[in-house]
Design a protein around this ligand. Structure first.
Ligand SMILES: *[C@@H]1O[C@H](CO)[C@@H](O)[C@H](O)[C@H]1NC(C)=O
Ligand SMILES: *[C@@H]1O[C@H](CO)[C@@H](O)[C@H](O)[C@H]1NC(C)=O
Ligand SMILES: *[C@@H]1O[C@H](CO)[C@@H](O)[C@H](O)[C@H]1NC(C)=O
Length: 689
């Protein structure tokens, strides 16, 4: 990342352009984050000599980076440099960063010196700065001084915020002065500040640590009357709800250390929360601790662990837990266990691991678990998704014989699988069955069937299915029409396609960009370029903007069109601000080959590769094709220089556009992540107290 950014910077410099300040600030941050302090210095020094002149934001980015890397002296040094050498007055952000840095590294004496220096320089301190300083005093246990500094804020006219109070309350709580903590809490409310979950946590954690658990839980003044029960579990759950997982864990750990009885419910809440966050290592650690404490995990514990693992596709571990559950005889043959196995089964299908899924299904029967409706549905859907049609059909039949009625989702997925496998007679039969069992095939079912019939070119049957659909009150949608129009276009029946276009309009169904692209494609492949041009106009007047597929299709048509008309149409495309992409390049490369200019294709491919343009599989296939053609007959060459020049012109224009776009994109990426000292992120960094 950092290396690429430096590379971009070098290119900008070589091209004689001046990089923007915000891009440079972003680059500095990136370099510091990746630990490239030396490189950051170089960028900074280069700015001093070659411009652009470092701004306040640049200095702040440098100071922040240096402080994060513990280079406090260098950071302080810059403070002098910016003023004396560059005439830039450090602002409160510069001081905030430096003061915070000194506090973090335990140099609170210097932090206060900086604070004095700043005040005497006429720079106004902010609440953020006071929060930092109160926090460092609290951390050092200097509560009296902390309180004095806190009171000073009111004297200089700075209003405390919730963070200030949290810092102070935390200081009191950590030093065991719960009464003063509570008093500060009351004061906070009197001043109209709303305590947040952080405040709550500080008080709760403090209360446990100092053995006031029962008292503080009953302390409605603190926790509000909405706290329904009086247990540790409730507190843990509540912290989990607030997303303060580490605090919840700390609270639980504190309780364990204090010998306060803990229950499975608290652990389960935490395991659930950590699993949901994808932090299964922590979840597992909790599971181990709870077992060590002699607490028997419940099925819910396993549930959360397995769900977390399945969500992450860690199926081996999920399997181990399932096996453990079975071996320990956990609630075997309960619907809950079936549910857990189903989650695992479904995850196996989603990972595309049919072998694992099939084994799971067999094992389920072996250990005597009777799959229920949900398990069967997951099994059938999964098999269908991976195109195991025969197995799916068997399971589907088995499901019915066991009296578990498939629903519309099961039907749709099996019908869809049969359609994909080209077994339309079975698909249609299943649709009949579906109706007979009282389920209504919906538009989705019909679209699957129509698509299947279209793929087979059975357009007659499509007509009757469509009629049937309408008589059953199912209104064909855009997908239906697109599928049919596409089928007509593919079978070169332009009249049939037009007929359905008209039907679509008549039914009040708006064609979308897919419809137009299908239409565009068939016009172009039938060399009806004038009509294709009209479609482009129609799109614009209908307020349905052409996309890159439309343009590329049209471009492809143009390339093989009569030269005179092709030039006029190209002019129109340029006016429409056509944004080319890799596919556009493929269009030209393949036309070079098709039209006997294989050498040019190879030459352009080389140039594009040198400029690290993105190639896709098609690009590579076209290049291979050109190479084979050239090897077969190195002399082959089309003598039509006009045509060659035309393709060259199109290729060059596209190349230029894409090249410029890439450079400006690169600049945008950097600028977007520009350094903004006033941004909330910055405040967060400073206010981690
Ligand atoms: C299945 O049918 C129900 C009720 O008839 C409907 O709400 C649901 O959207 C249908 N689902 C699918 C995928 O067709
Ligand atoms: C369609 O599927 C059914 C059920 O699996 C099977 O009996 C039939 O032979 C299949 N037909 C074709 C043409 O594959
Ligand atoms: C660059 O191209 C992309 C699409 O390929 C487009 O979204 C973007 O707006 C273009 N950027 C510029 C600066 O033209």
């Amino acid at each position: 990342m950092a290396a690429e950014a430096l590379h971009v910077l070098a290119r900008v410099r070589i091209s004689g352009n001046t990089p923007s300040l915000s891009a440079l600030a972003a680059l500095l941050r990136l370099l510091f984050c990746s630990g490239e302090v030396r490189a950051a210095w170089n960028v900074f020094e280069e700015m001093a000599t070659r411009g652009p002149r470092p701004s306040l934001a640049i200095f702040n980015a440098m100071i922040l980076g240096l402080c994060h890397r513990g280079m406090l002296r260098a950071g302080s040094g810059l403070l002098g440099v910016m003023e004396k050498k560059f005439g830039i007055i450090p602002d409160v952000v510069s001081y905030n960063i430096l003061i915070k840095g000194h506090c973090v590294f335990g140099w609170s004496g210097d932090a206060f010196k900086l604070f004095k220096e700043m005040c005497s320089s006429g720079c106004e301190p902010t609440v953020v700065m006071y929060n930092i300083l109160v926090d460092v005093l609290c951390h050092e246990g200097r509560m009296v001084e902390a309180r004095r500094l806190f009171d000073e804020m009111a004297q200089v006219g700075i209003k405390e915020n919730t963070i200030t109070f949290n810092v102070l309350i935390d200081g009191y709580a950590k030093t065991g002065r719960m009464d003063e903590a509570r008093a500060a809490y009351r004061e906070m409310k009197v001043r109209g500040l709303v305590p947040d979950s952080c405040t709550f946590n500080i008080l709760a954690a403090g209360a446990y640590k100092f053995g006031h658990a029962a008292q503080s839980i009953h302390d409605h003044e603190i926790f509000g009357s909405q706290l329904p029960a009086d247990s540790l579990d409730v507190l843990v759950c509540r912290l989990c709800w607030d997303g303060r997982l580490d605090d919840a864990w700390e609270l639980l750990r504190g309780a364990i250390e204090q010998g306060v009885p803990v229950s499975v419910a608290g652990f389960n809440a935490l395991i659930a929360a950590y699993s949901k966050e994808g932090l299964h290592e922590v979840a597992f650690e909790l599971y181990r601790i709870m077992k060590k404490l002699g607490l028997a995990p419940s099925t819910h514990t396993f549930n959360y662990l397995i769900m977390g693992l399945c969500n992450q596709g860690r199926l081996d571990e999920a399997q181990l837990i399932l096996e453990h559950m079975v071996s320990k005889g956990y609630c075997l043959r309960t619907s809950f266990t079936i549910y857990l196995v189903t989650i695992y089964l479904d995850a196996s299908f989603r990972e595309g691991d049919a072998v694992r899924a099939l084994k799971c299904w067999d094992d389920m029967e072996k250990i005597g678990l009777q799959p229920d409706f949900i398990a069967f549905s997951a099994y059938v859907n999964g098999l269908c998704r991976l195109d195991y049609v025969n197995e799916a059909y068997q399971a589907f039949a088995e499901m019915t014989t066991r009296g578990l009625e498939p629903n519309n989702i099961t039907y749709n997925s099996i019908i869809s699988a049969f359609c994909r496998a080209g077994n339309m007679s079975e698909a249609l039969k299943l649709q009949q069955n579906m109706r007979q069992s009282g389920l209504v095939p919906d538009v989705y079912t019909r679209n699957i069937l129509i698509d299947g019939l279209c793929r087979q070119g059975n357009l007659k049957m499509v007509d009757s299915l469509l009629l049937d659909m309408c008589s059953n009150g199912l209104i064909p949608d855009t997908v239906t029409y697109n599928t049919i129009i596409n089928a007509y276009c593919r079978s070169q029946d332009m009249n049939g396609a037009m007929n359905f276009m008209n039907k679509m309009f008549a039914a009040g169904c708006e064609p979308d960009i897919f419809t137009y692209n299908i239409w565009m494609h068939s016009l172009c492949s039938n060399h009806m370029l004038n009509q294709a041009g009209k479609v482009l106009d129609e799109l614009v007047t209908r307020g349905c903007p052409p996309n890159s597929v439309t343009y590329n299709t049209f471009m492809d048509g143009i390339c093989s069109d009569v030269l005179n008309r092709a030039m006029i149409l190209t002019g129109r495309l340029i006016k429409m601000a056509f944004q080319p992409n890799t596919i556009t390049l493929n269009v030209f490369l393949s036309h070079f080959c098709k039209q006997g200019f294989g050498k040019r294709a190879l030459m352009w491919a080389e140039k594009l590769r040198e400029d690290s343009f993105v190639f896709d599989d098609d690009t590579r296939n076209i290049i291979d094709w050109a190479q084979r053609e050239m090897e077969k007959d190195p002399q082959v060459n089309n003598e039509d220089t006009d045509r060659c020049l035309f393709l060259e012109f199109l290729m060059f224009m596209t190349y230029e556009t894409m090249h410029n776009n890439r450079s400006s994109e690169a600049r945008h990426v950097l600028a977007d992540k520009g350094f903004d000292p006033g941004s909330s992120n910055m405040i967060k960094i400073l206010d981690t107290g």
